[in-house]
Design a protein around this ligand. Structure first.
Ligand code: SF4
Length: 487
């Protein structure tokens, strides 16, 4: 990455959000509401967006690289997506590169009619399943793990679309929250452990499925409930039906949704995410107190936890770092020289507040440590006397294989250094992380059960709740197609 072509990935030191899904049934302006819902879910994926609608005769699709606002604010685009049923997807690629053929919703023609599908999550046996499907003659069009589900539905010997889908889902492992559209039905499905979120809402006579409640709020829809782990919701002209074909298993909802991924105004499992993040900050203050003049969040994600820390400790909260919201995730740099300005493109120290002060810096996580290092240097250069960093989660020591884009453990700072080494690496006077029990208490009011954790917390603990079958049988991230992919 040099010279005029250099691309500096501004948000590179966070776990990347996964994907967001949205579906609506029985609305005269289904595609408009879907585009709005996707706009609210934009934080879950900014690389591509797509909508498929059905007008009673034909399916219509628009998929594009880039954010929702750039692709779906044009009336002409929405007019080409008629019908009262639609599904949509925002994407951050976790399996398969971001090339056009991987943009969702995926669509296929079946003997029973068309089916469009959108997926948030990641299948942990996609490679093995795909290999066996290819041996049976299936021809794959994308490198997305979601296409595996489409082929399994096509190959199923059951007759109805619901039975075929159940049959397909019995053969896949991993994390999935799916919405699917047929000529008659909108389907919503959550994997048996409910790792990724999915909620159900209503607007007048129309039903809505979405990754988060903020996508219901934007269209004025009412939240009904979370879709349960292992539940399939079927919506058609007879109304709404729920089936649970996979038996009962304890939920392993991703605890990182509370820490960072979800929008703070969303409700997850009946809890307001902002409130949980503030409680996490309070727990951090009780567990890891420090004498200081100011509590300063690393914006934006450290904000609610920093407020909680300030409330609990009585130390004043100040916006000691200001974030520039008008910069995209990637920034085409004119020269290497500018690129080396690094994190200042996104954050700037509010020096008037930091000079001579002892500061508690609050962030939600440290991944590779590259951003933390630059933020600390910036706060130090602004005149802070002491910098004490407090992290509102335990150290990240493992990668995620359930739909979150994460670096390998070789790149994760906490997998390779102890806390003192990390503190000296990023240049702080002290560093402390929230404990598992502090986190669990803040989220659910009970300690972590070490034998049967109540959430998926594998990136912290290494306790993976779903077998990593593809990884066990060979190197991860194997090339799924012979066709070289162009970004
Ligand atoms: Fe969430 Fe971490 Fe589990 Fe992935 S490994 S699902 S990020 S808790």
């Amino acid at each position: 990455m040099t010279g005029r072509q250099a691309i500096y990935n501004i948000g590179s030191d966070k776990f990347h959000e996964e994907c967001g899904v949205f579906g609506i049934y029985g609305s005269p302006d289904a595609s408009t509401r879907t585009a709005l819902g996707l706009h609210a879910l934009q934080h879950r994926g900014q690389e591509a967006a797509g909508v498929v609608s059905y007008d009673g005769e034909h399916f219509h699709s628009h998929r594009a690289l880039g954010v929702v606002g750039d692709n779906f604010s044009n009336r002409k685009v929405i007019d080409r997506l008629p019908g009262t049923m639609a599904i949509g997807h925002v994407r951050y690629s976790t399996t398969g590169n971001t090339v056009f053929r991987n943009i969702q919703p995926l669509f296929a023609d079946f003997e029973f009619g068309g089916l469009a599908i959108a997926h948030n999550g990641n299948l942990t046996n996609a490679y093995a399943t795909r290999k066996s499907l290819v041996q049976r003659g299936c021809i794959f069009q994308s490198t997305s793990d979601t296409e595996t589900i489409i082929h399994l539905i096509a190959m199923s010997e059951y007759s109805t679309v619901v039975d075929r889908t159940i049959d397909a889902l019995r053969q896949v492992e991993g994390a999935y929250s799916l919405v699917a559209l047929t000529r008659e039905k909108l389907l919503g499905m959550r994997d048996p452990l409910g790792i990724r979120p999915l909620v159900l809402g209503r607007f007048g006579d129309s039903y809505i499925l979405a990754s988060e409640t903020c996508a219901l709020d934007i269209i004025g829809a009412e939240f009904i409930r979370d879709v349960e782990p292992g539940e399939i919701i079927i919506i058609d002209r007879k109304g709404l039906r729920s089936i649970k074909p996979f038996g009962k298993a304890p939920s392993k909802f991703c605890i990182f949704e509370y820490i960072y991924f979800a929008r703070p105004d969303s409700m997850m499992e009946g809890k307001n995410v902002y409130t949980v993040r503030k409680r996490i900050g309070r727990a951090l203050a009780r567990e890891k107190p420090v004498k200081a003049d100011l509590v300063v969040p690393v914006p934006d994600s450290g904000g609610p936890a920093a407020l909680g820390y300030a409330e609990e400790s009585g130390i004043p909260y100040e916006m000691g770092i200001i974030r520039n919201h008008y910069i995209g995730r990637t920034f085409i740099e004119p020269s290497d020289h500018i690129r080396h300005l690094g994190v200042k493109l996104k954050h700037n120290a509010n020096a008037a507040y930091l000079k001579g002060k002892s500061v508690v810096l609050i962030d939600d996580s440290i991944v590779r440590g590259t951003t933390s290092l630059k933020i600390v240097e910036m706060v130090r250069n602004a005149g802070a006397r002491e910098i004490h960093m407090r992290i509102s989660s335990p150290p990240i020591k493992q990668s995620c294989f359930y739909g979150i884009d994460t670096p390998s453990s070789a790149e994760l700072l906490a997998a390779n250094m102890d806390i003192d080494e990390i503190a000296s690496h990023i240049g702080v006077d002290s560093l402390a992380y929230l404990t598992f029990d502090g986190l669990y208490q803040a989220v659910r009011g009970e300690n972590r059960n070490p034998k049967q954790p109540q959430f998926c917390d594998a990136c912290f603990s290494g306790d993976y709740p779903v077998r990593l079958r593809d990884r066990e049988s060979g190197p991860a991230n194997r090339q799924l197609s012979l066709l070289a992919e162009q970004e």
